[in-house]
Each structure stands twice: as C-alpha cells, then as structure tokens.
Design a protein around this ligand. Structure first.
Ligand code: HEC
Ligand code: HEC
Length: 243
C-alpha cells in the first residue's frame, strides 16, 4: 500500500516506471474487431457480486489520482469516476490491462489489480459514490451558444445510448456521462473520432466520424452540463456517499 502510494508520487512527478510495457491490441484499427467480446477476466469479474466495504480499501490507491471522492480533476487529467456503472468500470479496467485502451499513467496500477473479486469490489465501491456537482465545464465566452449547439446534436445522435440525463445504460456497458469534466470529455471525443481509443464502440464512431473540432467542443460543452437527479451529491455534502 505504502509502496503503491510512493509509485503514484513518482509517476505524478513524471518519473518513468520500470515495469513491463503495456501490451498493444489493434482493436478498432483491426479488421476483426468485435466490440466488448466476452470472456477472460472481464467476464469473471462481471459474474462476481462486488463487496463495497472491501472495495473501499482497494480503492485507496486509485484515490491518489482520481481523489478519494472519485471526482477526478477539472483539468481533465484524471476523469471523474463516482457513480459510474460497474459494468463500464470493469470493462475499461480489463481493456486497459489487455492493451485495448492506452493509459500509460495508470497502467502500472491497472496491471496489479488482477483478482476478479477485487476488481468487482472496487467497481461496486466506485459505483456507490455520489456524483460531484462541481466539475470542469466549458468556460468560453460563447458557452451558452456552444451548449445549445451541443444539445441539438446530443438529442439527435447520443441520447438513444447515453440517455437524456447522461445516465448511460448499465446492462449495455454505455457509460454515465453526467458529472464528467469538459476537458476529459473533449479528449475522449477526439480520440474516439480519430480512432485512437481502440476499445471504442463502432456504432458511436460512425456517429462522430464526420464531426468538426468545433462540433466536438459543442457536444462536450453540453455533456458537461448534464445532471442525473438522484445520483448527484447533495450540496455541501462534499464526498459523502449516496444514501
Ligand atoms: C497514477 C494515476 C492513476 C491511478 C493511481 C489510477 N488511475 Fe485511473 N486513470 C488515470 C488516467 C490518467 C485516466 C484517463 C486516461 C485517458 O485519458 O484515457 C484514468 C482512467 C480511468 C478509468 C476510465 C474512466 C472512463 O470514464 O472511461 C477508470 C475506470 C479508472 N481510471 C479506474 C481506476 C481504478 C479502479 C484505479 C485503482 C486501481 C485507478 N484508476 C488508478 C490515472 C490513474
Ligand atoms: C450505439 C450507442 C452509442 C451512441 C449512439 C453513442 N455512444 Fe458514446 N459510448 C458508447 C459506448 C458503448 C461507449 C464505451 C465504449 C467502450 O467500451 O470503451 C461510449 C463512450 C463514450 C464516451 C467516453 C466516456 C468515458 O467515460 O470515457 C463519451 C464521452 C461518449 N460516449 C459520448 C457520446 C456522444 C456525445 C455521442 C453522440 C454524438 C455518443 N457518445 C453516441 C455508446 C454510444
């Protein structure tokens, strides 16, 4: 535990970690890519019932970057995780470990979380955390215009999967978007459009392929304005847990 925290400090300071390199899979770049193919440790972790209490302990090391509340950072370096569906969390962790999604900063930590039960526990804990109300939004002078443009695109092309309030869909592995930081959203949108997030969903890629940079800004501005009633932290409750 102490050693892991030291590793976080070193990594955050940009010191190279001398571990084995992350594997690399073609994913969406390849011909035979099947999104969310089941099997292996992902299916094993998905089949376990997560224990939130045990997960709180396992989450400690994650909190060094994603914060103990799960809120991440408004500058977009570390995404907001609180309230995310367990299915999405488990899939993303498994994909990062398998080399389907690049995350050099986090890879050494993802690589040590090998136990399926532990992965289920940590995911159950993160899902139980309330979504912070305060997070990174689009701050340009034209914010009102951008949000309105983004809303139009979102309701036409994204709502069917990510929901009216950005709630996603647990059973289908569609992520929660509400509460996410603008800068992280814009980075993901760009990487997904340009084919660099190799675990992306092909149907979503089709939708955003023709988007201009300006449209990606607008859609990210709108997404960062979404709130999920019932799942947000109470005002002033800070990092308090849901219920
Ligand atoms: C050294 C910092 C660091 C630590 C420690 C860390 N992460 Fe991360 N994590 C990141 C970064 C950076 C990203 C975003 C990468 C990107 O832009 O795609 C990320 C992304 C994620 C994502 C994807 C989020 C999404 O919305 O798709 C999940 C899930 C995640 N982390 C879970 C965890 C868990 C669970 C742990 C503890 C076992 C952990 N992280 C520890 C840095 C860290
Ligand atoms: C067919 C369903 C579908 C449609 C339509 C769709 N998405 Fe997605 N989206 C997904 C899935 C599935 C993922 C997770 C991919 C993975 O497994 O990594 C995702 C991932 C994302 C992410 C990354 C979330 C994170 O935490 O890293 C963002 C942001 C996003 N979608 C926004 C949008 C927007 C905006 C639109 C409309 C322009 C859209 N999506 C359309 C299914 C969809």
């Amino acid at each position: 535990m102490k050693a892991s925290l030291l590793m976080v400090a070193l990594l955050s300071a940009g010191v190279a970690f001398a571990g084995p390199p992350a594997p690399h899979q073609q994913g969406i770049e390849g011909k035979d890519y099947k999104w969310n193919a089941q099997g292996g440790e992902k299916s094993e972790a998905l089949s376990k019932k997560g224990d939130k209490k045990a997960g709180a302990e396992g989450y400690e090391v994650c909190g060094a970057c994603h914060l103990p509340s799960g809120a991440g950072r408004p500058d977009g370096t570390f995404p907001q995780l609180a309230g995310q569906h367990t299915t999405v969390l488990i899939k993303q962790m498994a994909d990062i470990r398998a080399g389907l999604r690049d995350n050099p900063t986090m890879y050494p930590f993802a690589a040590t979380l090998t136990d399926a039960q532990e992965l289920a526990d940590v995911s159950a804990y993160i899902e139980s955390l309330c979504i912070p109300i305060e997070h990174g939004k689009y701050e340009g002078a034209d914010a009102a215009i951008k949000v309105a443009q983004g809303k139009e695109l979102y309701e036409k092309q994204c709502l069917e999967c990510h929901g009216k309030n950005g709630e996603g869909e647990k059973e289908k592995f569609y992520p929660v978007i509400a509460g996410q930081h603008y800068k992280y959203l814009l980075r993901q949108m760009t990487e997904i459009r340009d084919g660099h997030r190799r675990n992306a969903n092909p149907d979503m890629v089709k939708v955003i392929k023709p988007y201009t940079n300006d449209q990606l800004i607008a859609i990210s501005a709108y997404q960062s304005s979404l709130v999920m009633p019932g799942n947000m932290c109470k005002p002033k409750a800070g990092a308090a847990k849901k219920k």
